[in-house]
Design a protein around this ligand. Structure first.
Ligand SMILES: [Zn+2]
Ligand SMILES: [Zn+2]
Length: 139
């Protein structure tokens, strides 16, 4: 059996990478049936993340965490798209809006609180996510 370098397409990033003759020999030696699917950077990236059996486009859709919790202000049950940290306030839609609406001072506080809770620096997306979460819990 003779091996020559081959150009393969990475299944992750779509880039081309070289499946070298040496690697092919190694694969042949180990009796691996399939060509490598990913370039080295993508392979090491996945290894770092922790490869799971069901990894794929479908699995990516499940990465969003919905957590059931109680509003820190009024106590009603709501769901949030993130994991609330113990001791930190989580607000339902009404309380979130009430807190951010009235004065400039309250607006800053509410936004800062939401940022702390969500662990994100984007005010708009946090607001939208809280709205979506609260809305779906009430439907
Ligand atoms: Zn790649
Ligand atoms: Zn509330």
């Amino acid at each position: 059996m003779e091996f020559i370098d081959r150009l393969l397409t990475c299944a992750d990033c779509g880039g081309e990478f070289i499946f070298t003759a040496g690697e092919q020999l190694f694969f042949f030696d180990k009796q691996f049936k399939n060509d490598p699917k990913r370039c080295k950077p993508c392979k090491s990236k996945r290894a770092g993340v922790g490869l799971r059996a069901g990894t794929g486009p479908a699995a990516a859709g499940l990465s969003r965490t919905e957590t059931r919790t109680e509003c820190s202000a009024c106590g009603i049950e709501t769901t949030v798209p993130f994991k609330p940290t113990q001791g930190r306030p989580v607000l339902c839609r009404q309380c979130f809006q009430a807190k951010r609406a009235p004065t400039t001072g309250a607006l800053v506080t509410a936004a800062a609180t939401a940022d702390m809770v969500a662990g994100s620096g984007e005010h708009n997306s946090v607001g939208a996510e809280l709205l979506t979460a609260a809305h779906s819990s009430q439907a």
